[in-house]
Ligand binder design. Structure first.
Ligand SMILES: [Zn+2]
Length: 259
């Protein structure tokens, strides 16, 4: 066996999985060791036993892989599930949230670029979903903290344009193009923004750096949930240049449920 063909191991989450040809699947993992990693799982469609649930979306799996040449797809030699997140899969809202989390990680990460902080972030929130009831605040906190980890921390306490501290007594407008809230002096006419209450701003500031074991205890008011959903999803859409597909599905399903 040549050096290029030697087998490697990695621990990773399944971010995406699609059929390829008659019998195979192409799987995108998000690994601790290598960042995003794409590989072909031979005969994964033909034999249900071969990879079992190790290549299902948001499964955490131990992967054994190899590659003939740089620049080609990895060959997934073997894959064992470490955590299948069965409680998430039993619950529709949790499944939709987990699907949204992995799509965001896919969109904000790069192939072959390790990003342990993003891996830990995903693990914290999947574990929170797995171990307790669904809460929409977890989705907002996932978005907020992901943005912060990726260098897009929204300006909430200081003006996004001039950097001066914001006066919570005045009307606060979040503008995705500016990257946050701007003060009344910097606000420009004709630029669309989203009104944010001081309560929402304070909730998000608190949630940004809270230790993971305290995240569930952070209470969002109904207004804070509505406003933070609007500013965070709008900001993410602005950065990516599109709305994540799973977010649209999530919203449609929740709307159907509320009818
Ligand atoms: Zn300003």
């Amino acid at each position: 066996m040549t050096e290029e063909q030697r087998k490697e191991r990695a621990l990773g989450y399944v971010l995406a999985c699609r059929d390829y040809g008659e019998a195979d699947r192409i799987v995108t993992f998000f690994t601790v060791e290598r960042g995003k990693l794409k590989g072909i799982a031979k005969s994964a469609r033909k034999s249900a036993k071969r990879f079992s649930n190790a290549i299902e979306l948001f499964s955490l799996s131990q992967i054994i892989f190899s590659r003939r040449r740089a620049g080609t797809l990895y060959l997934i030699e073997d894959c064992h599930v470490v955590n299948h997140y069965s409680h998430i899969r039993e619950d529709l809202e949790k499944t939709l949230a987990a699907s949204y989390f992995i799509e965001l990680i896919d969109l904000f990460s790069l192939e072959e670029k390790p990003a342990a902080h993003l891996f830990d972030h995903l693990k914290i929130f999947l574990d929170l979903l797995e171990d307790g009831p669904f809460a929409p605040s977890l989705v907002r906190l996932f978005e907020l903290r992901l943005l912060t980890l990726c260098g897009y921390e929204p300006a909430l306490e200081h003006c996004a344009r001039c950097g001066d501290p914001l006066d919570t007594g005045e009307k606060m407008i979040f503008c995705a193009e500016d990257g946050g809230i701007s003060c009344s002096r910097c606000r420009r006419d004709g630029v669309a923004g989203i009104r944010v209450s001081a309560g929402t701003m304070r909730t998000l500031v608190t949630g940004r750096h809270l230790p993971p074991d305290k995240l569930r205890r952070l209470v969002f008011s109904g207004q804070a949930l509505r406003e933070s959903e609007e500013i965070l999803t709008r900001f993410i859409g602005h950065i990516l240049g599109k709305q994540p597909r799973s977010l649209r599905v999530f919203k449609e399903v929740l709307l159907l449920g509320n009818r």
